[in-house]
Structures are given as C-alpha cells and as structure tokens.
Design a binder for this molecule. Structure first.
Ligand code: ADP
Ligand code: ADP
Length: 214
C-alpha cells in the first residue's frame, strides 16, 4: 500500500507515520528526515539543502525526487510518504515514479490541526538523535533517561515556523484539491486530539476502505 500523509508542519505526520509504519510493516519515507540526516553527516546534499531548510523554504524538486527514487528501492511493498509531495509538481512526479513500478497512491490522509495550535506543537518538539523518535515536552513527554540528549530542530524557531506555515498554505495545501480531482481516496482526520485517538481513526479509515492485500 502506498499512502500519503498530508498536513501542516507540526500536524503530526511524523508521529502518525512512525506508528503506521510499524503497524502496517511498510517503511516511512520522510523527506525531511532524509535531508536532516544528510545535513548531520555533512554531505554535499546536506550542505545544499540546509540553507533552504533554515529559511523555511522548500528544497528544489529535483533534489527531493532523487531522494525519493532511492528510498523507494527499499520499499517494494509500499511506503508511507511523510512530508512528500509538497507541491503539485512533486505530486505529478510521484504519480509517474509509482506508475513505472506498476503502483499508484492508494490513499491520502490529511491531518488537520488549527494554525494557532501548530506553533506550540513545534516549539515543544524535541527529537532523540539516537533513535529518531519525536517527543513533545508537554503532550508526549520523553522518558527521563533520554531527556538530556534530546535536540531541538534549527527550523523550529517561531519565526521560521510561521514562514513554513505560509509555504504550506500556498504551496502544499492545494494538493488536497489535486488528489480530490484525481479521484484518489482522500480522508481528512481531525489531528487536534490525542495521538492514539488520531492513530485509531486513521487505521479505522484504512481498514474500512482498503481491500485486503493491497
Ligand atoms: P515538518 O515535518 O515540520 O513539516 P519536514 O521535516 O517535512 O517538516 O521538512 C523540513 C524542511 O525540509 C522543509 O521546511 C523543507 O525545507 C525541507 N523539505 C522536506 N521535505 C521536502 C519536500 N518534499 N520538498 C521540498 N522540501 C522539503
Ligand atoms: P509533523 O511531522 O507533521 O511536522 P510531528 O509528528 O513531528 O509533526 O509532531 C509535531 C510535534 O507535536 C511533536 O513534538 C509531537 O510529539 C507533537 N504531537 C504530534 N501529534 C500530537 C497530538 N495528537 N497531540 C499533541 N501533540 C502532538
């Protein structure tokens, strides 16, 4: 199954994607995670991407598509796309890439959270660099033994978050209409609830609507 998680920065795509990946036994392809890993390792790609990321701008499509093609080599049975596609052009490219593999997007889940809640989510977000797990200081507190090694993302400063939200509204949100018009099953989920409630609703929607074995 190939599934896209759509939603503003901080809506919970990474959190829900990790739970779904485990539950469904297919990998999560998170372009933001791949880019941050390249930045950490100091590769040429990381160096190029960092200035866009720090400014809250999108990294150029050709860079992203290369990463996705690579990641798909390890995802023969499907993938959960988190943070990709981010614009209509990336969505069209994804459609062609999957078509070449004899696949198509089975579902798009849009996780909706009101903008005013997003900034608080982002400023409280902390990541464990060893496991990649994402926590929130209030809503999803880390266990005491990992607390001291948690890091805050460079682009989670309030000013950058506001710009990323703007980029989301102008560039990524139109994908909801794109997928609706393409006839891909599209589900809107209220993301402003507890993590396990959101997960429960996504699983229920998928189970109810996806033929077994796809
Ligand atoms: P969030 O989960 O907060 O929405 P991501 O981790 O998905 O953020 O992305 C962080 C940054 O990485 C983005 O602001 C952008 O600079 C870059 N990025 C990630 N995915 C893409 C993509 N598909 N296209 C272009 N840029 C991307
Ligand atoms: P995204 O990948 O969409 O940017 P994340 O999954 O990284 O979002 O979540 C952003 C922050 O909000 C993280 O600190 C995460 O722990 C927290 N979070 C995720 N889902 C919820 C939720 N349902 N309620 C409260 N906080 C949440």
């Amino acid at each position: 199954m190939d599934l896209i998680l759509l939603g503003a920065p901080g809506a919970g795509k990474g959190t829900q994607g990790a739970l779904l990946a485990e539950r469904l036994g297919i990998p999560k392809i998170a372009t933001g995670d791949i880019l941050r890993d390249a930045v950490r390792r100091g590769t040429e790609l990381g160096r190029q991407a960092k200035r866009y990321m720090d400014a809250g701008e999108l990294v150029p499509d050709e860079v992203i598509l290369g990463l996705v093609r690579d990641a798909l080599r390890e995802a023969e049975r499907g993938a959960i796309f988190d943070g990709f596609p981010r614009n209509v052009s990336q969505a069209e490219s994804l459609r062609s890439i999957l078509e070449e593999l004899g696949r198509r997007i089975d579902a798009v889940v849009s996780i909706d959270v009101p903008s005013e809640k997003i900034v608080r989510r982002m400023t409280g977000r902390r990541t464990d660099p060893e496991t990649g797990l994402v926590y929130h200081l209030e809503h999803n507190p880390p266990p005491a033994e990992v607390r001291d090694r948690l890091v805050q993302r460079d682009d989670d400063r309030e000013e950058t978050v506001r710009h990323r939200l703007e980029v989301y509204r102008t560039t990524t949100e139109p994908l909801v209409a794109f997928y609706r018009e393409s006839g891909v099953p599209l589900y809107a989920v209220d993301g402003d609830r507890a993590i396990d409630q959101v997960q429960g609703e996504i699983l229920e929607l998928l189970e109810r609507n996806t033929p077994v074995g796809s």
